[in-house]
Design a protein around this ligand. Structure first.
Ligand code: SF4
Length: 337
């Protein structure tokens, strides 16, 4: 079967798989503790796709053109024996990139080595500031900064380099940390990426005033450390790449709000409950778990996914400012980043 294209001729090349809706942080821009408190009901284990189901559905997606996989959550390292799933996925011959996004809280040296040995290729670790006090308030559970910094070193030492460090920049909250972060990660071999604050889900109280446009962010860095643009590594790459002119390394910016990149978006997402979403800002999805568990054949699953992809019209970020009403969106902790 040929690779399906959507209504904007976009291929299906990348699959992001959320392996759990649980997280050990409560970042206000994703999972505010007011909404995800002690009484919140997370998905029961029986509702989560099993490793065997994830492996099977991923194989079907690769027959439709998927070549890149990213494991997300919630916090994916909360899923027990995750290295076992990684080993299963790493054996799929068509997959040429297998990565994971984590908050680093559970990423010890031993875990990093286990993930690497299982076949994980790359890792992105979220870190929004180097100010321990601000960090503890931004993760909502007072988790200490030091342990996340150590997790970056563990990942690097385990050979998951270059580690990408993802910083969500919220104006008036942590934008004063941009230059300290840049100074810290220069010459480190790690790639610092600045993510524009996005209106994911419905619960982070997003407003445009809190967005620091990447062009302004890059100007702040350029004033202290001259930078120049780099070409993208591959079509549809999410981050725009820049390098320090003095050779101190690379940074990236993810400009979903001010410079949307929907025209090249080849990403699909599967929630931990097995729902297919064709956009990070989706307000609905397509259930894959039911056909998976009612003995649909691989061909039937291929037809289903291909049909849904061909109907895909998603361009949320490109249309963000033109929409009068925005339907309720699926929370990011369900869809995965
Ligand atoms: S807003 Fe949706 S369609 Fe646009 S780049 Fe993001 S995930 Fe892709």
């Amino acid at each position: 079967m040929n690779s399906p294209t959507d209504t904007f001729q976009r291929l299906l090349r990348e699959l992001r798989i959320s392996v759990t809706d649980r997280c050990n942080f409560r970042c206000p821009y994703c999972m505010p503790k007011e909404l995800f408190g002690a009484e919140h009901h997370f998905l029961p284990r029986s509702s989560l796709l099993s490793f065997e189901e994830i492996h099977r559905i991923t194989t079907v997606f690769t027959s439709l053109g998927v070549r890149k996989l990213r494991l997300t959550g919630g916090e994916p390292l909360l899923r027990r024996d995750l290295h076992r799933l990684i080993a299963m996925l790493a054996e799929i011959p068509q997959i040429d990139d297998l990565s994971l996004t984590t908050n680093g809280a559970l990423l010890t040296r031993e875990v990093a080595e286990k993930l690497k040995a299982a076949g994980l290729k790359r890792i992105s670790i979220s870190l929004d500031t180097l100010d321990d006090k601000v960090f503890q308030s931004m993760n909502g559970v007072e988790f200490p900064l030091g342990q996340v910094l150590q997790s970056i070193d563990h990942a690097t030492a385990a050979g998951l380099a270059p580690v990408k460090v993802n910083m969500v920049v919220k104006r008036g909250v942590n934008d004063q940390a941009i230059l300290p972060m840049a100074r810290h990660f220069r010459d480190s071999g790690q790639i610092l990426r600045f993510i524009e604050y996005m209106d994911v889900g419905n619960s982070n109280g997003w407003c445009y005033d809190h967005v620091l446009p990447s062009v302004e962010l890059l100007q702040r860095i350029h004033q202290e450390f001259p930078i120049e643009a780099l070409p993208s590594n591959h079509p549809g790459e999410v981050a725009k790449r820049w390098r320090y002119v003095d050779g101190a390394g690379e940074i990236g910016v993810i400009t979903s709000v001010t410079e949307p990149f929907c025209e090249g978006c080849t990403r699909a997402r599967i929630s931990a409950a097995g729902t297919l979403h064709t956009c990070l800002f989706a307000s609905h999805g397509h259930d894959l778990r039911e056909p998976l568990r009612s003995d649909a054949s691989d061909e039937q699953l291929r037809q289903l996914i291909s049909g849904w992809w061909q109907q895909r019209e998603d361009r949320y970020s490109a249309l963000r400012t033109q929409q009068n009403t925005i339907p309720a969106k699926i929370e990011m902790s369900y869809i995965g980043g």
